[in-house]
Design a protein around this ligand. Sequence first.
Ligand SMILES: Cc1cc2nc3c(=O)[nH]c(=O)nc-3n(C[C@H](O)[C@H](O)[C@H](O)COP(=O)(O)OP(=O)(O)OC[C@H]3O[C@@H](n4cnc5c(N)ncnc54)[C@H](O)[C@@H]3O)c2cc1C
Length: 481
Amino acid sequence: MPKDFLKGAADEYDVVVIGSGLGGLTAANILARDGMKVMLAEQHYKLGGLATWFKRPGGHIFDISLHGFPHGMVKSCRRYWSKEIADSIVQLEGVRFDNPMFSLTTSFDRKDFTQLLVSQFGIEEQKVNEFFDMARGMNFYDDQSLTTGQLFEKFFPGREDVVRLLMEPITYANGSTLEDPAITYGIVFSNFMSKGVFVFQGGTDKLVKAMEKEMKANGVDVRINCDVESINVGADGVQSVVINGRTIKAKTVVSNANLRSTIFKLIGEDKFDAGFIDDAKAVRLNNSSTQVYMAMHPDDTVPRETGDLLFSSTAERFQTDLLLSRDITSRTFSFYYPNTRPEGKERTLIVSSTNAKYEDWAGLSKEEYEASKADLVETTLDALEKYVPNARERIVHAEAATPLTFEHYTKHLDGASFGTKFEGLTVSRALPDQIPGLYHAGSCGIIMSGWLGTINYGVIVANDVINYISSSAATSPVSTS
Ligand SMILES: Cc1cc2nc3c(=O)[nH]c(=O)nc-3n(C[C@H](O)[C@H](O)[C@H](O)COP(=O)(O)OP(=O)(O)OC[C@H]3O[C@@H](n4cnc5c(N)ncnc54)[C@H](O)[C@@H]3O)c2cc1C
């Protein structure tokens, strides 16, 4: 008999949250804290979605997406999770750029960037201040016709080097391009510039375990290996979900799965207005990523001056489409020193990330796919030699992940690393108008992606659900006693 991962589950919940990415985890926690009866159903055997980790023999623990996030995480984690979680957030000391146009190290905040732009790039201080003020003043309700490329042209015409400094990390951070609305750049850039780049000390395993403990203490019924097959909808809205073949009633559903899978796979287009479906079909998925996870010999490490986050590129010019090319010229190296996991084994790990297109990996035969992965590892080791001499001899474990890996583990269509492009946010927000009780909280719209964006989106959506359930439209909550 296969194990019943729903053993002991109730027949009905106020909210079923589908998926345990940071958005789903946060929504579930807030809803349970508010007294709702919540089930969190995750199809994978581990929680965290893209914010997860894996272990390899030799005591190596790799984090999938712990490269850096803005300081805003401290406030969000303190308010919506716990002081313990917030207190483990630490700043990255060295962010480095190395490309044919410039090489520099920065604390990646407004003060240091202003100094760099003025002294190294020769830009007038007033211009720099005006740019920062405009970026910081942007919000979702602004004019969306101005593109990021136009924003740069307005302030720094013809300065490709400046654009590279300002844009390369953000393209890496959320996949946005010069053609995307400027607000997607301005909001994310300003979030980082407020204080710099931060990570979670202790690793994703410590973070997700702390989140699980907190959720359980608040009463969330946490279920792993629970694949939600469909969301059933009646005339009045959401009715139930089908998980591992069992139907569970739900007053509301928060889907943390990819927005497009939520609409087209879990529900079906016939349940929505035709106009909404046209908009949903027009939502573009974000790009995916390749990663190479490398572990140094346990007795070996690299000097701290190597940096924490290194944006390296061999491309003469900065072009966002080049960042997606199979012919890799740009790699972002994250260096994880032993203090990443102060309580763990002394290990130095290096992860190389590159934005990637799903279609470059999807059509390959098994042999071609394995060969491409091996090639990715080899070329990455070559590139690493510049920063870690004799890297090839010093790395004792190296393996690659591709868009197919991300698709496999999270079910994100095309292995999208940041959900959907900008237009996804409006569609995500409109779901409850189409089907009462149906919500989506997960990477979408660039702004609501990344660690901070998805946590904050989980908060926003949890509040929407609380308002909906407590309004007269919904019947009284299912008792949690
Ligand atoms: C390689 C990489 C590096 C990154 N680096 C950074 C970084 O340094 N900083 C940063 O801020 N962001 C980074 N990101 C982005 C960040 O990790 C994501 O934006 C964020 O973690 C996504 O959270 P989410 O809530 O949207 O859910 P996801 O993490 O996308 O999780 C969705 C969950 O839903 C589950 N699910 C899907 N369908 C079903 C179903 N039918 N039934 C049950 N469960 C289901 C999946 O298994 C998954 O657990 C990175 C992403 C990648 C891929």
